[in-house]
Each structure stands twice: as C-alpha cells, then as structure tokens.
Design a protein around this ligand. Sequence first.
Ligand code: NAD
Length: 290
Amino acid sequence: MEQNKNINLNSRYQIPQIGYGVYMIWDYNDCKDAVLEALSCGYRHIDTAQIYKNERAVGAAIRESGIERSEIFVTTKIWISNYGNGKTMSAVAKSLERLDVEYIDLVLLHQPADDYLGAWAELENAVSNKQIRSIGVSNFNSQQIDKLIDFGTIVPAVNQIECHPYLQQVDIKRYLASKQIAVEVWYPLGHGDKGLLNEQLFVKLAEKYHKSPAQIILRWHLEQGHIVFPKSLNPLHIADNIEIYDFQLTASELEQISLLDKQKSYIKYPKWAEKIIFKLADKIPLGDRD
Ligand code: NAD
C-alpha cells in the first residue's frame, strides 16, 4: 500500500503530503500528547506557528517520540508583529529555541501584512545561515507573491491557503502551479463544519469505499496534489485522517466534487476587522511561557 507520500518543493526538499496541524491546541500537555499520538500513527510532518503559542509542546513531543529529527518535517510561521527591522531574524532564533531544533524545515510569513518584504529578506538570510531549509508564505494573493518574487532571490516554496470542497481556489492554484509553488491547505475539513462533512455526496462515497466522509474529503485533497494537515484531538480521527492511501476516487467522482465549489470561506470575521483581530491575537499570553 502507498504510504504518506512526499511532495517535491522548489527548494529541492521534500515534504510529507499529510501532516498534523496544531492550531488552537493552546494547552501545553494537550498539544504534546496530541503530537505524540500523531507521530505514533505515522505522521511525520507537523504544522505550527508562532501565534499558535505551542512550539515548545511540539518540540517536546518530537524529542520524547525518539524519532530521528531528520525524519520529521516541521513548519512554523512568523507572526506579523515580527516582520522586518531585524525582528524576523530574532523571531526565527526564538522559534528554533522553543522548538529545540537545529533547523526548521519550513518557515512561512503567516499573513501578507506590514513589512512583508523586509521579513522575506530576513528569512532568505536565515536560509543562508542554514537555520531554515525552505521558506514560503500563507494567505498571499498572486499580486503579493509577484511582488515578493520581484524583490527577493528565493521563490516561495509554498502558499498556505484556505481550501476545501466548498472553496476550491481554482484561480490562485493555477497561478501557483505556473510558479512551481506548492499548495498547502488549511481548513481541509472546513474546520470540522457539519454541513460539509454531512454533504450527501461524501456520505454516499463513504459508504461505497467503507471510509468516513472526512476521509473522502482528505482523499480528494491528495488527488488535487494539496499538502494537508487536518487537526483533531480525537485519537480515532487522528488515525483515520492518515488512513487514506488504500482507495482512489474515480475521475467521475472527482468531477462531481468539483461541482460542489461555492466559494464559501469559513473565516467568520469581516475583512475590515482583520487588523484589529490580528493585533488582539498577538496579545494572548504565551502558552509557550517565554
Ligand atoms: P480542519 O479543517 O482540519 O478541521 C478540524 C476539525 O475537523 C476538528 O477540530 C474536528 O472537529 C474535525 N475533524 C477532524 N478530523 C475529523 C474526522 N476524521 N472526522 C470528523 N471530524 C473530524 O481545520 P483546522 O484544524 O482549523 O485547520 C487545520 C490546520 O491548518 C491547523 O491546525 C493549522 O495547522 C492550519 N491553519 C493555518 C491557517 C493559516 O492562516 N495559515 C489558518 C487556520 C489553520
């Protein structure tokens, strides 16, 4: 049976296509236990971020697992308050310390805010210093990525964007493919939305393949070439979410899923509130205790 497949990045490194995401697992022990559970199920890719405030727990789980560091792909993301003016380099050093690793596999600019060009230049330095292997972006549109490519010397390895069957992101994906930028997907299960998970087509396909609707959706992502890191604290779901290599959707089933696209985002706040929310997020006391 095919195992957790790797995707080639334009940085020449490889990333396991399925990872485990730790967004909103604020408690240190909950996060450490969940990452240990994921690693024991065979996940070898963890997606965290400075703003998730759980890098220390991720690092502790990696060490406690006894798995070789080189076998685990770790991603973190720089929060916007750390963009430019030397702040990005310091933020990278802090993430290295919290994760307790010698290098980070992939570091992303979390949002296209403020001095993202200055932050990119500093990430490029961190690649030269071998603190980071690959760098990329998250939530950037094509114009912002074009600006980055004109400005920098490294083309982002990935763009991490919201994507699921109700928001299939066809246009930006076409652009990313033209630049050899891999697509990383957040909210792959619509953040657990019942409407998406109970969609009739997924229920029907789940019966056919003896899988759950969540597994059908994740298999669809794999067949689109997306890199995914679904989150769950439920050990059964953590195991299920990586058990999707023993079946394949047909071309006609993929076609039916493509018709479900309704450009629906699960982001709950209006665009105008984004800046305020991002500032508030920064003020949450650090679970990381630094
Ligand atoms: P998700 O789509 O992975 O949904 C997670 C929810 O789905 C769980 O809380 C649970 O309720 C449900 N679920 C998971 N597995 C299931 C299963 N097998 N059966 C039934 N229900 C199941 O959404 P998410 O966790 O919010 O996002 C995934 C990851 O994406 C995050 O952990 C994080 O790493 C990343 N992310 C990045 C950004 C960004 O701006 N870059 C934003 C949000 C999330």
